[in-house]
Structure formats: structure tokens, C-alpha cells
Design a protein around this ligand. Structure first.
Ligand code: PLP
Length: 460
């Protein structure tokens, strides 16, 4: 490939410095970037992408192991999704949520049919944070209670309630945006809050801890508990087998709604449409976004149980969004289900995860002293890096920035210079490629990570 299509369809050559500097100039001058000090960033101008790969303006190729914020499950420019959006734009580009629409209805039906038994309806949003905002609102109206419990080491979005639910430093500047939120510790055996030595012990103590939090916060005040089915940005923490059923049991005992946030873990990331399928648990509300249509057009939503849906049969739900269930987004969602069915995406993920990713990462953990632990499921893995394998001191301090973060920046730079775009968070390298990645690209990418870990080893 010598050229790529520019904004008005004209071909641009790789290495066109003027085109690249125009993109940089507009971006630097006019775009206000999220989570960043504006004067301290220099975003890479991306020219185009295909499958698990994208290219910068110089034609440098990157294997996309970040999946663009763990979003691009079907990869860049998937022909089925692109065609579905084009076809939908040609026949009905938009219609307000108050109307019935064919693709919106079809997508809602497919989601409900794919969900565990007992789900009835889908409320569509434009992304994950809005999905969590609305799930909490539903739980509050359904129970008549206000408080919500969520885990430390979680991320639920950056809007008002969603950022309060978040259990990581990103919530600090907005703390108490929603005061009716309290946090608890979930299971994380490698850095156990409960001094547990086995997974069973971790699971049992985490559930005992949660019950104490429920009792001390007051069950009569708690509307919902929200958990990421598999914690994502805060470490890809796969819960022990009994944990989520145990949380379900506590919710039932104390009259609390269970919300499973599957914004990152859902829609194939862990090898199933809904991540809860892996853990034998049925929540009351499931929130989703990202993988529903690989972010080709913004879309999220809440899958609602029969009981909670019935709360709003004769009582209006006080909430709505102009773009709720946008036809272009829904068309891409329907095309995602078709791709899952016709391209065997889920079987591909399960196969590569167990046959390629798990053994190779476990082998790296043995060979590299900087690797404290590898863990994950499907195409959702974390490599946790340490400075000292005995004490488990993280390779960079928690919430490190500036020079403190240098060792992780060096690991990321080593990946990039070898042609892999990584997802790095604190002391972890996440392995989250698009689900459609070929075995060959996956093996190549894992090889690049293996090499980059030598940089981390040099800090041990
Ligand atoms: N919940 C989880 C688990 C997430 O990972 C994210 C985003 O990364 C969100 C919610 C927020 O989604 P959005 O950025 O679409 O608002």
C-alpha cells in the first residue's frame, strides 16, 4: 500500500510530510484531548487501519494490541460493518428514539436472545458511562433506595455517577460527584487485601468483607452493587469461580440489584457474548458498549431483567438521549452479531486464547524476572510487572506519572519501535488485540512483547 484515502477521498502518499503536519497542527491547536495536560501530549497522526493493524502517516505499521481502548473487537475497517453502516446511511441515517425502527428492534432482540434467561429489554445509550448512569437510575427507582456499592480497582466511566462509582484515581478530582456511593475490595489474589494465600481463601474473604460492607452501610439504603464481570483497565482481574455467584447470593439476601458492567469484557472479549456466561451468574442489569459494534458508531446500553423492566410498565422511566438506539450504530451492532455467527469469532478467540496466548504468556512469566503475574481470559490479558519478584514491588509506583513512570514508558517505547501498539496502565502491559487477529500476527505480537520485557528486566 503506497497511498491511503484522505478526508475528501483524495489519495495521500505515505511519507507526505505536509499532510501529516496539517493533521498535527489542527489537532494541537483545536482538539481538547481527554485525560491529558494539553501542552504535554503529541498524539500520533493515524492514516488508516485494516484488521489488527494501523499505519501512521509515514507508513509505519503497528499491530494494534490496544484495540483502541479495548473497543475494536472486529478490527479496523471490517467490511461487514462498513457495508452495514453505508447501507443504513443510504436508507435511513437517523430517527428519534420515540419511533419504532427496524435495525434498533432487531439489535435489541438479538441482545436479549443472547443474554441469559430472564432478560426482557434493552435501553440504548451512546457509550459505557451513560449505560452505567442509567442502570443505576433504574436500580434506584426499582428499589426505592439510593446507595450503590462498587469495587476499588474498577472503572465505570467519566460522567457524574459513573466516575463516582469508579474505584481508581481517575475519580479523585470528582470525588463525591454522587455522594451515595461506597467502595469495597474485590478479589485480587496477587495483591490480596485479605492476606489470602489461595484463590478459595481470597474468594471467601472477599465475600465476607462485602457482607460486612453491606451490613455497615445498611442494606435498607443500598440500591445496587456494580461490578465489572472481569475487571478491565484496573488489571484484568478474573474473579475466582465462586465470587460472582456469592455476590449474587448476597444481593438476593439483602434485596440489592446486581449490575454487571460488561462495557469492556462483553461482546466476545472473553470468548462469549456476555462475560457472565463464564461464571454461572445472572445479574439484574448488564451494561455494554465498545464490542457491541467495535465503536464504529458510538453505542452502549443496558440489558434489563424482566422484573426491573416491569417496574416501568406503568411508570415512565425518567431518562433518554437524542441518539439512543441510533440506526447507524444499531446496523453496525446487527452486523457484529452476523460476524460472530458467520466468521466463528468466539470459537477463534477461545482457541487462540488457550492454545497460544496462555502458554506463551505463562512461559514469559517463567523467563522474565520482571513479570510478577500473567492473568486473563479470551483476548483479555494482563502482564503485571514488578521491580522485585519477592516483595512484588510494582515496576512503577501506583499512579506513577512523569519520571516515576519511566520504566513502563520504556517498555511501551520498545513495543512501538518494534511495530506493536500496546495498552499500558500503571505497572501492567495489557494484551488486548482485536478478536479477529490471525494466529500469525498474534504470535508475532507476543514475540515483540517478549523482547520488550527485557527492558523491564533491566530494572529488576
Ligand atoms: N465501564 C467499563 C468497564 C469501561 O472499561 C469503560 C471504558 O473504558 C466504561 C465503563 C466507560 O465507557 P465509555 O468510555 O464508553 O463511557
Amino acid at each position: 500500500m503506497e497511498t491511503f484515502p484522505g478526508p475528501h477521498g483524495q489519495p495521500i502518499s505515505f511519507g507526505d510530510d505536509q499532510a501529516e503536519s496539517e493533521v498535527r497542527a489542527d489537532d494541537r491547536q483545536y482538539v481538547f484531548h481527554s485525560w491529558s495536560a494539553q501542552a504535554h501530549i503529541d498524539p500520533l497522526p493515524v492514516a488508516t487501519g485494516r484488521g489488527a493493524t494501523f499505519w501512521d502517516y509515514q507508513g509505519t505499521e503497528y499491530l494494534d494490541f490496544s484495540s483502541q481502548l479495548v473497543n475494536l473487537n472486529l478490527g479496523h475497517q471490517h467490511p461487514r460493518l462498513v457495508a452495514a453502516i453505508q447501507e443504513q446511511a443510504g436508507r435511513m441515517a437517523t430517527i428519534a428514539p420515540a419511533f419504532a425502527n427496524d435495525v434498533r428492534g432487531e439489535l435489541a432482540r438479538r441482545i436479549v436472545q443472547a443474554a441469559p434467561e430472564g432478560f426482557a429489554k434493552v435501553f440504548f445509550t451512546n457509550g459505557g458511562a451513560e449505560a452505567n448512569e442509567n442502570a443505576v437510575r433504574m436500580a434506584r427507582l426499582h428499589t426505592g433506595k439510593r446507595k450503590v456499592l462498587s469495587q476499588y480497582r474498577s472503572y465505570h466511566g467519566s460522567t457524574s455517577t459513573a466516575i463516582s462509582l469508579t474505584g481508581d484515581p481517575r475519580r479523585w478530582p470528582n470525588d463525591a460527584a454522587d455522594p451515595a456511593v461506597a467502595h469495597f475490595f474485590g478479589p485480587y489474589l496477587y495483591r490480596s487485601a485479605f492476606h489470602a494465600r489461595t484463590e478459595d481463601e481470597e474468594c471467601r474473604r472477599a465475600l465476607e468483607h462485602l457482607e460486612q460492607v453491606i451490613v455497615l452501610e445498611g442494606a435498607s439504603t443500598i440500591a445496587a452493587i456494580i461490578v465489572e464481570t472481569v475487571v478491565g483497565t484496573n488489571g484484568i482481574l478474573v474473579p475466582p469461580p465462586g465470587y460472582l455467584p456469592g455476590v449474587r447470593e448476597l444481593c438476593d439476601r439483602y434485596g440489592i440489584v446486581l449490575i454487571a458492567d460488561e462495557v469492556m469484557a462483553g461482546f466476545g472479549r472473553v470468548g462469549t457474548v456476555f462475560a457472565v456466561e463464564n461464571f454461572g451468574v445472572v445479574p439484574d442489569l448488564i451494561t455494554f458498549a465498545k464490542g457491541i459494534n467495535s465503536g464504529y458508531v458510538p453505542l452502549g446500553g443496558v440489558v434489563i431483567s424482566e422484573a426491573i423492566a416491569a417496574t416501568f410498565d406503568d411508570r415512565a422511566f425518567p431518562g433518554g438521549l437524542t441518539y439512543s438506539g441510533h440506526p447507524l450504530a444499531c446496523a453496525a451492532g446487527v452486523a457484529t452479531f452476523e460476524a460472530f455467527e458467520q466468521e466463528n469469532i468466539l470459537a477463534h478467540v477461545q482457541d487462540l486464547a488457550e492454545r497460544v496466548v496462555r502458554p506463551r504468556l505463562e512461559d514469559m512469566a517463567v523467563r522474565h524476572p520482571s513479570v510478577g503475574e500473567v492473568r486473563g481470559l479470551g483476548m483479555f490479558w494482563a502482564v503485571e510487572l514488578v521491580r522485585d519478584p519477592e516483595t512484588r514491588e510494582p515496576l512503577v509506583p501506583f499512579n506513577a506519572a512523569g519520571p516515576d513512570a519511566a520504566p513502563m514508558n520504556e517498555v511501551a517505547a520498545a513495543c512501538k519501535s518494534a511495530g506493536l501498539w500496546p495498552f499500558v496502565h500503571f505497572n501492567r502491559l495489557h494484551v488486548t488485540p482485536p478478536l479477529i487477529i490471525t494466529e500469525e500476527d498474534l504470535v508475532r505480537g507476543l514475540g515483540i512483547i517478549d523482547q520488550a520485557l527485557e527492558v523491564a528486566d533491566s530494572h529488576v
